[in-house]
Design a binder for this molecule. Structure first.
Ligand code: ADP
Ligand code: MG
Length: 243
């Protein structure tokens, strides 16, 4: 008897083209409760498109995405590569407006606590347009969490962050995972991936060319680092499933 809870999201046979460009060419995947999954791969491999399909922000040309979450929009948080912010409004006001989009009326103290957690406590009353790139990323992440989602999608969360902020990001993702939140992230930072991901999907040309835990992928590829594994499989297009 299968005792496992169902996956939160299951995608089957996904295909997506932009004109003649086939961005996603037949992807099956499942995201299980509580796991952290890293999607890695070269620029243009299809990572952001895959997230958009999983999120329902784009419709696939073929295949389906199923959610076992009731009311997926309320259970999912997302930080996309270009997060929209209300320029001219403060950090706190931005967070409050996004909370209102979810029908939440949060107390100021709750919102300030969320900002504090994302390192934006001192910037709460700053115009969002005046934040640094890294601070804007953290605000996008605070917004992604405002409704306490069970599943979080992060598109290159560590990009544009300085080394200290990257380290904070890693421990922050680990904290969320410890709280049982499922996290799907894309990243080019192999140290980050090795540290936070339970499972890794390597995408190239719209295909998953390697999949498994970091240990399994290293063992199957015969490499000593994820970076070497990445270079090996993105070079040869060889397929491996190392779960
Ligand atoms: P990644 O996030 O891995 O860098 P993307 O999903 O952004 O990859 O892009 C996959 C492919 O689809 C690339 O060739 C990219 O140029 C193309 N693409 C992405 N978005 C669009 C779009 N809106 N219109 C046309 N082509 C797109
Ligand atoms: Mg991308």
């Amino acid at each position: 008897m299968n005792q496992h809870p169902p996956p939160l999201v299951r995608a089957e046979g996904l295909h997506k083209s932009y004109g003649h460009r086939q961005a996603i060419r037949g992807i099956d995947l499942a995201i299980w409760p509580g796991e952290t999954v890293a999607i890695i791969g070269p620029n243009g491999a299809g990572k952001s498109t895959l997230l958009d399909l999983l999120l329902g922000l784009r419709q696939p040309d073929g295949g389906k995405v199923h959610y076992s979450l009731p009311e997926p929009r309320r259970q999912i948080g997302l930080q996309l590569q270009n997060a929209p912010l209300f320029a001219g409004f403060t950090v706190l006001e931005n967070l409050r407006m996004f909370a209102a989009c979810y029908g939440l009326r949060c107390k100021k103290a709750e919102l300030l606590a969320m900002l504090e957690r994302c390192g934006l406590g001192e910037a709460a009353h700053t115009n969002a347009a005046h934040l640094s790139g890294g601070q804007q990323k953290w605000l996008a992440i605070a917004i992604a969490l405002v409704h306490q989602p069970r599943l979080l999608f992060l598109d290159e969360p560590a990009a544009a962050l300085d080394p200290r902020a990257r380290r904070q990001m890693r421990s922050w993702i680990a904290e969320l995972a410890a709280e049982g939140v499922s996290v799907v992230l894309t990243s080019h930072d192999m140290d980050e991936v090795q540290q936070v991901a339970d499972r890794i999907l390597l995408l190239q040309d719209g295909h998953i060319v390697a999949e498994g835990t970091a240990e399994a992928l290293l063992a199957t590829s015969g490499t000593s680092s994820l970076e070497d594994m990445y270079l090996k499989y993105t070079d040869t297009k060889e397929e491996v499933r190392g779960v």
